[in-house]
Design a protein. Structure first.
Length: 695
């Protein structure tokens, strides 16, 4: 061992998780062990702070239950019974099985991945090359944000927004559909700066979140009514002439159509739809229309309903009507993803040219429950015979999980899962392959919450026999005889290929500093210049679309299941990630449903009561928390717990459905009616109850 082998060194890294903050990190290491993980104080969005989850990231890396060796199933699917095998044995069998299926029809093979890491290299680079070359089915990655993304695309021509740091200079901030303290911590820091400077903060959210507690005003609307609220705000902007007619004339298409639609939505019409007071709508409109610069921090919670795409369109048009975009501290931020298209060459990473003219079918990841249970047909194509899962946990996170679990339990379905832990999905795998964590591999990161490109450098050697996703797909490509030169590219080579030279951002520069700001105007749409064909924001066709499941759209269903349910993330989890970190699970306690006192009392429910939450799709048991964090008529099923940690091996997705949004083909997680009853039954009884409900 060299004399300085135990000396501390600091490695520049980036948080990989599905969060808009994409923090820059400094990892202090000695003797191949993590000493501390800190936010980079020089990175403007991170400014030295990390969330509770990621500050404990070393607990995930060294977790005693981490998968460190390839595993092969020996028991029934879903039981999580495996034996250790070698990499050569696992890869040889996987390649043979995939090759045999591909010889019949490669579309019978489906990749399934999402944002377990947001990295470009360990996400869709070598994996995409492999599946394109194979000719496998394509995956429509819709499960989180595609409705909102489609709404922004239709309105602005891309997923575009303000610079994060400028929120500190806003005089009014509307936080819409976001519990920023829990899910966008660094934005919240800038919002607090604005608040200390005299800015007024509004929170629009069905739940009285920790963020709502800290804002001046909270508007607790019904789930899925955001579009109606946006139209009512427009009505008031028009009625009181709180508009910027010059900006509208020069930079908005379809204003006459939108104006006519908005005038049909006075606050008196929107109030009963949204479940809020008309005067509160007027107050918000007055604040927004008479304050400059005014900014909206929109987040993805509000677009997880049938009308989510149109709702995003309507909210995104508000700063166009008032001219808020003229100011660096005015406008809107939902996603900044499309700014990075000027810096990152995704085609160079993913190589769609390897399809060689083939056009495989596309399977929507949000309907995986139905699709795994389908037989082959002319309309659908071949039955899915194999699924390769990486960066995701569909058995826990996909909607209508009873069907998802049944699909993954098929004995004739060959399933490979690249994972850190034995998740609900890994329990159903034929092979579980140990994946590296963020501290053990190289990656390149964009962000959807700020405009800085970042490099993650490995800080420690991989634990056990863990391998990066890229290495696994390289080796499978070799075993399947793919001799294209691109399958020999190293991770660093791919990161270099991804960087467009015209931005001036280089791999060497990222190595030195860890991050680089995209070269963009400070007020990007002060003079229009949206990414649409006309260069104008497009208002044509935007309208309010009601939920699938509500008293308004389905009154008979609402009589049986009178409570709307949303399923926001528990504060110390990120989707299903971190659920097995003991310290964080200890803070969260156990799966809960929040219910308002007005709904709890007639049902005989008190805090701590074991309840059954059910509808026609299933039944889910958990503890109740009687709380005014829930608004009357709405319950909050905090998620997303692993199913096997639930009372009966289920979680809140037992109740959600697979119907898709108006735009973007996304799931409608928060468009869900249920009933809640006190449940004193013993283990095993809810399954029968669920069957009775479904019948």
């Amino acid at each position: 061992m060299s004399p300085d082998a135990t000396a501390e060194r600091v490695v520049r890294a980036a948080c990989p998780h599905d969060c808009p903050d994409t923090c820059a990190m400094r990892v202090t290491v000695a003797d191949d062990r993590v000493i501390r993980i800190q936010g980079d104080p020089e990175h403007p969005p991170t400014h030295g702070a990390l969330c509770t989850k990621v500050s404990r990231y070393a607990e995930r890396v060294e977790h005693p239950e981490r998968v460190l060796h390839p595993l092969k199933r020996v028991g029934p699917k879903g039981r999580g019974e495996f034996v250790r095998v070698g990499w050569d044995e696992a890869l040889a069998d996987i390649a043979q099985r995939l090759g045999a299926i591909a010889a019949r029809d490669p579309q019978a093979i489906l990749p399934y991945s999402y944002a377990g890491t947001m990295g470009l290299i360990q996400g869709e680079s070598m994996a995409a090359r492999f599946f394109h070359r194979l000719g496998a089915s394509l995956l429509d990655r819709t499960i989180c944000a595609s409705a909102g993304g489609a709404g922004l695309q239709a309105t602005y021509g891309g997923k575009l927004g303000m610079h994060l740091e400028h929120f500190a200079d806003s005089r009014l901030i509307v936080i819409w559909g976001s519990n920023s303290i829990a899910s966008n911590l660094h934005f919240w820091t800038f919002a607090q700066q604005a608040k200390r400077g005299g800015a007024k903060l509004w929170c629009i959210d069905p739940r009285r979140t920790e963020t709502a507690d800290k804002c001046h005003r909270h508007l607790a609307l019904r789930p899925g009514t955001d579009g109606a609220l946006a139209l009512a705000l427009m009505h008031e902007l028009i009625a009181h002439d709180w508009l910027d007619p010059d900006y509208i004339a020069r930079h908005v298409d379809g204003w006459d159509e939108l104006r006519e639609r908005a005038l049909q939505w006075p606050p008196e019409r929107a109030a009963p739809v949204c479940g809020v007071a008309a005067e509160d709508i007027r107050e918000l409109a007055r604040d927004y229309g008479s304050t400059q610069p005014a900014a909206i921090r929109l987040n993805y919670g509000m677009q997880r309903v049938r009308g989510g795409g149109n709702a995003v369109r309507l909210v995104a048009l508000l700063p166009c009507l008032t001219g808020a975009w003229r100011h660096p501290a005015g406008g809107l931020l939902l996603s900044a993803s499309s700014w990075f298209l000027r810096a990152v060459d995704h085609a160079a990473l993913q190589r769609p040219d390897l399809l060689a003219g083939r056009r495989p079918r596309t399977v929507n990841m949000s309907t995986i429950g139905d699709d795994l249970l389908r037989d082959g047909s002319a309309a659908f194509g071949p039955r899915i015979e194999a699924v390769v899962v990486y960066n995701s946990n569909p058995v826990a996170v996909a909607p209508e999980s009873p069907k998802v679990a049944r699909g993954f339990a098929r004995e004739d379905l060959f399933t490979v899962v690249l994972e850190h832990f034995l998740t609900d999905t890994a329990d159903h795998a034929d092979y579980v392959l140990p994946a590296t964590t963020q501290l053990e591999h190289l990656d390149l990161h964009t962000s959807y919450g700020h405009t800085y490109l970042q490099l993650n450098q490995p800080a420690i050697t991989p634990r056990g026999e863990a391998r990066p996703n890229t290495q696994v797909f390289r080796e499978l490509a070799v075993r399947l005889g793919f001799d294209d030169a691109c399958f020999a590219d190293t991770d660093e080579a791919m990161a270099r290929q991804a960087l467009r030279p015209e931005t001036g951002i280089t791999f060497e520069g990222l190595q030195a500093s860890g991050w680089a700001k995209l070269p963009l105007p400070e007020a990007p749409f002060a003079d229009g210049g949206f990414f649409t064909a006309s260069g104008k924001a497009d208002a044509r066709g935007a309208d309010y679309v009601p939920n699938y499941e509500s008293a308004e759209s389905s009154p008979a269903l609402a009589e049986r299941y009178p409570l709307a349910m949303i399923s926001p993330p528990a504060r110390h989890f990120l989707n299903s990630t971190f659920v097995n970190v003991k310290s964080l699970r200890g803070i969260e306690g156990e799966p809960l449903v929040e219910i308002h006192p007005d709904d709890a009392a007639p049902r005989g429910i008190e805090s701590g009561t074991l309840v059954r939450v059910f509808n026609g799709r299933g039944s889910y048991r958990c503890k109740a928390e009687v709380s005014t964090r829930a608004r009357p008529g709405v319950v909050n099923g905090l998620g997303i717990w692993w199913r096997k940690l639930g009372v009966d091996g289920t979680n809140v997705n037992e109740l959600t459905h697979q119907q898709l949004t108006d735009l973007g083909r996304a799931p409608s997680f928060y468009d869900c009616l249920v009933e809640v009853v006190a449940d004193a039954s013993g283990p095993g009884e809810p399954a029968a109850a669920a069957a009775a409900v479904a019948a």
